[in-house]
Design a protein around this ligand. Structure first.
Ligand code: PHE
Length: 337
C-alpha cells in the first residue's frame, strides 16, 4: 500500500490549478490519505514500527515537495501569461506636443535659413549699451519709453531685461565683419499689464542684413518672401511709414489676411490687413556705434513677435494661453511639428 502511494506521488502530473487542488486534498488536506496509515501504525509489529513510520514520513515529505514544485510551475506560467499577451491590442504612448511658440520659431528660422541667414543668441539680462545706446536711443530720450523696460540690479550696475533682440544684433555687429546675415530669436520683456493682448514677456525674431549696396528694395523683397513662405504664395504685403530710433527710413508691415482672403473678418478688424512686423534701413549712427563704416556698408533690420505670427496661423485670440501651460490648449498642437 505504501509503495503504491509513493509511486502515485512520484508519477503525479498536474497541468492546471484544479488538478493541483485535487492532489493537495488527497495527500496534504485535513482528511488526506496518509492519516489512516498513521493510525494503523499501532497494529504494526514493534520491530517494524520505526522503519514503517519513517516510510510514511518520507511519503508525506515527497507529497509536499511534489506539490510545491507544481505550484511554483503553475504560478510561473500564470505570470508569464500576464507579462506578454501577444493577442492584446497595443496601447498608444501618450506623447506630448511641441509648444506653438517653438513650432513657429522653428518655421521662421527654417524660412530665413533657406536664404542664407544664420541664427544668433544673446543674454536676456542686458546692459544699457546693447539694448539702447548703441541702437541710437539717446539717454533720457522719450523713445526709451516706447519700450516699457524692467530694470534689474546686478552688483552695482543697473541692467535691463532686454526689450527686444535688437540687442543681440548689436553684439553680432561688434564681433563680426560684414557681410552679416543673421536672425536672433529670443524672449523679451516689457512692463505691461497682462491681458489678452499684452504680456510682460513675449518672443521675437529679429533679422539683420549688412553688406555693400543693400537697398530698401532688398528689404521689401525679403519680407515678401518671408510672408509668402509663412502664410501662402498668394499673401500680399503692405508697408506703412513708421519710426524706430535705429532705422531710417522705418516701416511697419501688414500682410493680407489669408484667413478671410482679404475680404475682412474679425481677425483683421475688417480691414483685410494684419500688422506682423517692424523694419527699416539700419541708421548710419548705429553702424558707427559698432565701428562699421556707413559709407562702405548699408543694411536693413526687421523684427517680429512670434506670438503674433502664431496667433495668425492658429487663431489664438488670447496671449495668456501661451504661458498658462493648460494641457487642453497645448495638446491641440500634436500634429504640428
Ligand atoms: N526692435 C523693434 C521692436 O522690438 C522691432 C524692429 C526691429 C523694428 C528692427 C525695426 C527694425 O519693436
Amino acid at each position: 500500500k505504501l509503495e503504491e502511494l509513493l509511486n502515485e506521488v512520484k508519477t503525479a502530473s498536474v497541468s492546471d490549478a484544479a488538478q493541483l487542488e485535487e492532489f493537495r486534498i488527497r495527500f496534504l488536506g485535513t482528511k488526506n490519505c496518509l492519516k489512516p496509515l498513521f493510525s494503523e501504525l499501532k497494529n504494526v509489529p514493534n520491530e517494524d514500527k520505526k522503519s514503517v513510520g519513517q516510510q510514511i514520513n518520507e511519503l508525506k515529505n515527497a507529497a509536499q515537495t511534489v506539490f510545491d514544485q507544481f505550484n511554483e510551475q503553475l504560478s510561473n506560467e500564470a505570470n508569464e501569461e500576464e507579462k506578454v499577451d501577444f493577442s492584446r491590442p497595443g496601447e498608444p504612448n501618450n506623447i506630448g506636443a511641441r509648444h506653438p511658440i517653438s513650432v513657429i520659431r522653428k518655421e521662421i528660422i527654417a524660412i530665413f535659413e533657406r536664404i542664407g541667414y544664420g541664427v544668433s543668441e544673446g543674454p536676456e539680462v542686458e546692459d544699457d549699451w546693447h539694448n539702447f545706446s548703441a541702437l541710437n536711443f539717446p539717454e533720457e530720450h522719450p523713445a526709451r519709453d516706447m519700450q516699457d523696460t524692467f530694470f534689474v540690479e546686478k552688483g552695482d550696475k543697473e541692467m535691463a531685461l532686454r526689450t527686444h533682440t535688437s540687442s543681440v544684433q548689436v553684439r553680432v555687429m561688434e564681433s563680426s565683419k560684414p557681410p552679416i546675415r543673421t536672425i536672433s530669436p529670443g524672449r523679451v520683456f516689457r512692463n505691461e499689464a497682462i491681458s489678452a493682448r499684452a504680456h510682460c514677456f513675449f518672443h521675437q525674431v529679429e533679422g539683420l542684413f549688412i553688406d555693400k549696396d543693400v537697398s530698401f528694395a532688398d528689404l521689401k523683397q525679403t519680407i515678401l518672401f518671408f510672408a509668402q513662405e509663412m502664410f501662402g504664395k498668394k499673401t500680399e504685403i503692405r508697408l506703412r511709414p513708421s519710426y524706430f530710433p535705429f532705422t531710417e527710413p522705418s516701416a511697419e508691415v501688414d500682410v493680407s489676411c489669408t484667413i478671410c482672403s482679404g475680404k475682412g473678418c474679425n481677425v483683421c478688424k475688417y480691414t483685410g490687413w494684419l500688422e506682423i512686423l517692424g523694419c527699416g534701413m539700419v541708421d548710419p549712427s548705429v553702424l558707427e556705434a559698432v565701428n562699421i563704416d556707413p559709407k562702405e556698408y548699408s543694411g536693413f533690420a526687421f523684427g517680429m513677435g512670434i506670438e503674433r505670427i502664431a496667433q495668425l496661423k492658429y487663431r489664438v485670440n488670447d496671449l495668456r494661453l501661451y504661458s498658462e501651460n493648460d494641457v487642453r490648449f497645448l495638446k491641440q498642437f500634436k500634429s504640428a511639428f
